[in-house]
Design a binder for this molecule. Sequence first.
Ligand SMILES: *[C@@H]1O[C@H](CO)[C@@H](O)[C@H](O)[C@H]1NC(C)=O
Ligand SMILES: *[C@@H]1O[C@H](CO)[C@@H](O)[C@H](O)[C@H]1NC(C)=O
Ligand SMILES: *[C@@H]1O[C@H](CO)[C@@H](O)[C@H](O)[C@H]1NC(C)=O
Length: 416
Amino acid sequence: MLPISTKGISNAHSSRFSRSFILTLAVGMTFGFSFAYLLLSVVTWEKVDLLGGTSYLISSQSSSSSPSYFMHDDPHSYQEAENLIAPRFPVPGHITEEDDHKRDFTVADELYKSVRVLCWVMTNPKNHESKARHIKATWGKRCNKLLFMSSTNDPRLPTVKLDVEEGRDHLWAKTRSAFQYVYKNHFDEADWFMKADDDTYVVVENLRYFLSTQNSSDPIYFGCKFKPYVNQGYMSGGAGYVLSKVALERFIDKGIDPAVHPKQCKLSDDGAEDVEMGKCLEALNVTAGDSRDKLGRGRFFPFVPSHHLIPGHVDKNFWYWKYIYYESEEGMNCCSDTAISFHYISSDTMYVIEYLLYHLRPYGLYEKAKQKTIQDSTIYKAADLSSPISLPFAVSSSRIPNNKPQAVNTSQAISN
Ligand SMILES: *[C@@H]1O[C@H](CO)[C@@H](O)[C@H](O)[C@H]1NC(C)=O
Ligand SMILES: *[C@@H]1O[C@H](CO)[C@@H](O)[C@H](O)[C@H]1NC(C)=O
Ligand SMILES: *[C@@H]1O[C@H](CO)[C@@H](O)[C@H](O)[C@H]1NC(C)=O
């Protein structure tokens, strides 16, 4: 009994001893470590950097699971675009123009009336505040009609509440539903119908200018054309695409009517929105149009400008080079001077582009219009792809190559 109890006491004693010993040790180590860490942080910044460096290493390792095509960190996929930077509030425009820098809007105003564009933006409840409202504050306001397609009601934008599920698996259903809504409610208000994402930037004046050379009674649509999946090619969803009036009518009346739709026009939710659209429109004999400029440079772009402008920005094995329908150059020759759209544009960058396009300009390069010189719209029609470059606005002669005939009287307006 005793030995047992003695043993029990000594056991209890030693376990009490070891518990307080461990506690002391733990507290000591914690304080000691914290103190040493603080001391080192203060005394040698290098140690802190080292720790920062460690976390950088970890994060760069985790992102290296995506292919190493990229020399830069701008988004090249929807996942990467999730956390684009956005201002907390819409940034008010600066409306007062400096006198010496005044522009003439005559040509753009004429086009606004003669080439009516309805824009609808694919958005979702998560993005109303971070993305959609910045489109409304920037390029969206230049469309003749602007609609935000979502699955919830938001009077602040406002949104159109479509009866669809959210998520990438339902984008095709949402697109059909959106065009159906547009056809039913706004068909008479426009000649052209543009779909854009909530991170697409559209230069609406250039869209109108290009479309002024086209006939909205033709069954045709335009965008950034990709090669695979569809014989005539299909238009990238992110760069946005624009349907003629007749193309939209055909899509609704023949494409998605369950009674008559061809099998290429899928009526289920799933599938890549842009590819399904491409297959369906091809089956409806809607032409996938060519929107390049006279010099063969594209106008709709599926990435940020630097992707296209900087040679070597992405690896030659990146899917884009296999997808792009028309051969496209890297560098300043990538893109038309009348480019229409870019994709993966953060809301912050939307305002930067606004400023660069609509406010900042080098003094003296563009002439101030003296008077209204455009009598009718025929001058725009002359600017088709087979005739010499004739911008519907004046451009300083230094901007036009010497060997190109200048179709436009330079005392006419530059406009935005
Ligand atoms: C546009 O196309 C329609 C139908 O093909 C034709 O009747 C009309 O004259 C065309 N408009 C112009 C301006 O070419
Ligand atoms: C498309 O054109 C083909 C060949 O001309 C024709 O057979 C088909 O009926 C047309 N489809 C539609 C929907 O107009
Ligand atoms: C250009 O337009 C201006 C103003 O309308 C006019 O005075 C001038 O003669 C025109 N020049 C040419 C070369 O047509």
